[in-house]
Design a protein around this ligand. Structure first.
Ligand SMILES: [Zn+2]
Length: 357
């Protein structure tokens, strides 16, 4: 015999039901409340349902001439014991009931897994972004088409233009000729601009827009020095340093926009602003130096001008530090590394470049 605590609902009883015991004995089911006569449950026509917290309770429902009755067993252990002890007539109902229950549990587990996934993916991405920002930015930037990169650079240049004073004289022609010699055969389509600005500076935008200040041209004493600066800037483009910096600072939104080519809206403005304030990592600078050096040598241009120019910048103290120095740090260390590379060329001779106008 099994006796478990239950609650009985039915005709003439309070809406919340009343406490009772459910008794299973010799194949008979009945509800006892200790006062009235026991209520017999017709096992052949009773229905089983899951009820209660987390659906772990059981309801037996049936009808008689008085109306609809139900008895709830909410304790999970009692409910399990009850299911095991139910008489033969209810066995088929129990089978169907249990398979429904298993289905429900499966769905609940699936739902939970989906929820965890939905919550965890952004968190994981953020964690990855935080810990692996450099690698991820590199990985993502390598997947971005050159055309999108170019679009980004052009947008940034458009944004800067109102504050730039372009120069279109013989100085620009000389820069273009030198720039083309350095970049022929590249997958990028380069544009070289000269702008009126006394700051000793040059910069490159993603996709191949290179801008040189007149102040930098005035500071060079040999065309090879300008070639060194241009080769360095060209390598920032070739190595996609600007693109990587943008991706790192704008994050997922930039990745999406660049991957889909949808560069409209606020992102464009933000990206432009980022490019204006861009500074590259020390590693990126070293890489641009090294690859720039190799580029000069491969185009038959004396790379010692590159070292000379960084030396010049390192030595020129003044009230206002040259822009190139502040955005291209560790000039002394870099020119030393370059001198070591020059020494490795073993006195190779290069044809001198024509002087700048
Ligand atoms: Zn640089």
């Amino acid at each position: 015999m099994l006796r478990v605590a239950a609650r009985l609902f039915g005709p003439g009883l309070p809406a919340a039901g009343k406490p009772a015991s459910l008794v299973v004995d010799l194949g008979q089911l009945q509800v006892e409340d200790g006062q009235a006569l026991p209520v017999r449950i017709p096992a052949g026509s009773a229905e089983l349902r899951r009820v209660g917290f987390d659906q772990r309770g059981v309801e037996l429902a049936w009808r008689d001439s008085e109306g609809a009755w139900a008895v709830h067993v909410l304790d999970a252990a009692d409910a399990r014991a009850l299911l095991a002890a139910l008489p033969q007539q209810l066995a088929a109902a129990v089978g169907a009931f249990e398979s429904t229950l298993r289905r429900q549990q499966r769905w609940r587990r699936l739902g939970l897994a989906a929820l965890i996934l939905v919550l965890a993916v952004p968190v994981l991405l953020l964690a990855l972004l935080a810990s692996r920002a450099d690698e991820l930015a590199g990985l993502v930037s390598s997947k971005i088409p050159v055309a999108h990169e170019r679009q980004l650079g052009e947008m940034a240049y458009e944004q800067m233009k109102p504050n730039l004073k372009p120069v279109n004289d013989a100085r620009r022609s000389a820069v273009v000729v030198l720039g083309e010699r350095l970049t022929s055969g590249s997958r990028y389509r380069y544009e070289f601009h000269v702008v009126e600005d006394a700051f000793v500076n040059a910069f490159a935008l993603p996709g191949g827009i290179v801008v040189v200040h007149t102040g930098l041209l005035a500071a060079t004493t040999r065309t090879e020095q300008l070639a060194g600066v241009l080769a360095h800037e060209v390598e920032h483009v070739e190595q996609r340093h600007g693109l990587e910096a943008i991706i790192k600072s704008l994050g997922l939104r930039a990745m999406w926009a660049l991957a889909t080519g949808d560069l409209g809206g606020t992102l464009a403005g933000e990206a432009g602003q980022q490019l204006l304030e861009l500074s590259f990592s020390r590693d990126a600078e070293m890489q641009a130096d090294q690859a720039g050096f190799d580029r000069l040598v491969s185009r038959g241009i004396d790379p010692s001008g590159m070292a000379e120019f960084f030396d010049k910048l390192a030595k020129s103290g003044g009230p206002t530090p040259p822009q190139l120095l502040s955005t291209h740090p560790e000039s002394v260390e870099r020119s030393e590394a370059m001198r070591a590379r020059i020494a490795s060329l073993g006195g190779r001779r290069f044809e001198p470049l024509a002087p700048l106008p």
